[in-house]
Design a protein around this ligand. Structure first.
Ligand code: ADP
Length: 332
């Protein structure tokens, strides 16, 4: 669709007429705003155009009894008239690109990952339990070599379990199936559990987990399991991206509306240009990859934002990182 500088429609193709439901109207030469009064889709398209939101949310459009997904592209046309110094806006070109096929492929991929990770989780968890039993002397004595084999098998299954858990979480977030049971909770036991689940890997690298006294903290409004997942993930990252024989410190702070938990490490740090990107799916700072999926922080961000909180990062390369999560306080 092409509009002039007064947003009058100069031209529009067949397909656009069908999608917008303007097919039976005489539209050429009419102002788009005027047509938008009786046309929801055109109103949305114009709103995006006027707000300069050229690549906002994708649009879900029903036409011909079918749901399709479109991406809106807006190309402002500016010219520099001969002899003048300033550019003049003479119109806008608006394009809708049908991305339904891509969306369907994406959904198929998500479903596939969801099914596979779901099917993998139970057998891996049972392998982990069997290995724990094997390590127990009551099951029978193992010699040192056998014991070290069992231990490394257990570490591998733990890693597999974490990866499949992350894949399952991200697919639930993507399909909107992640469920949050908000309740009023004490944060102290949640932090404690998150620390316990990272105790061993920290010990193996001689990393000390330092926690302040966790008394007198107000309650938070959160889903207990998700809150623990987020904090545990931050501690696990801090440990994995830290040097041996160092410290990971946990701090708490209060703001009028939030309880903040910060996880600080003296590890390799994250260069400024990647600060926004580390919260994106599958992103890993180039050159720093440890075993992992690049999903942990994006899941943490989705989880905390769904609970009304936030996550932020301060870091300098070589100076370690501080990840802070803000949980909403329970105000009764
Ligand atoms: P991963 O499974 O790769 O750890 P995350 O989503 O948890 O995925 O983190 C994304 C990337 O951010 C990591 O690959 C790493 O490059 C960087 N990162 C995360 N936490 C830290 C940290 N505490 N110190 C340094 N880099 C980190």
């Amino acid at each position: 669709m092409g509009l002039d500088d007064k947003n009058r429609i100069l031209f529009i193709n067949e397909q656009a007429l069908v999608i917008t439901g303007l097919a039976n109207l005489q539209v050429i030469g009419r102002k788009a705003e005027e047509l938008a009064l009786k046309n929801d889709l055109l109103r949305t398209l114009l709103k995006n155009m006027l707000s300069g939101n050229a690549k906002g949310e994708n649009l879900k459009i029903y036409s011909n009894d079918k749901e399709s997904h479109f991406e809106q592209l807006i190309v402002p046309i500016n010219i520099l008239p001969t002899g003048e110094a300033e550019k003049r806006h003479i119109g806008t070109f608006m394009i809708l690109r049908n991305i339904t096929a891509y969306k369907e492929l994406d959904a198929a991929k998500t479903n596939f990952i969801a099914t596979v990770s779901h099917e993998f989780k139970t057998p891996i968890a049972s392998m982990k339990m069997s290995l724990q039993l094997l390590e127990n002397e009551k099951t029978g004595a193992l010699n040192d070599e056998q014991l070290s084999l069992v231990e490394s098998l257990r570490e591998d299954t733990e890693r597999l379990l974490r990866t499949t858990g992350e894949l399952l979480n991200i697919t639930q977030v993507e399909t909107g199936k992640a469920q949050f049971q908000l309740a009023n909770l004490d944060i102290a036991p949640i932090i404690q559990k998150a620390i316990e689940s990272n105790d061993k890997i920290a010990g193996r690298k001689d990393i000390r987990l330092i926690v302040p006294k966790l008394t007198h903290l107000p309650q938070i409004s959160a889903d207990a399991e998700k809150a623990e997942w987020i904090i545990s993930n931050l501690i696990s990252n801090a440990v994995r991206y830290s040097y041996e024989n160092s410290e990971v410190k946990i701090h708490t702070a209060l703001t009028p509306a939030y309880v903040e938990i910060a996880v600080q490490d003296d590890g390799i740090g994250i260069p400024e240009e990647h600060h926004g990107k580390v919260f994106e799916k599958y992103f890993r700072v180039p050159g720093n990859e440890k075993d992992g999926t690049g999903l942990g922080l994006s899941i943490s961000k989705e989880f905390i934002e769904a609970m009304g909180g936030y996550i932020k990062l301060q870091s300098d390369i070589g100076r370690g990182s501080i990840f802070t999560v803000g949980f909403r306080r329970n105000h009764g």
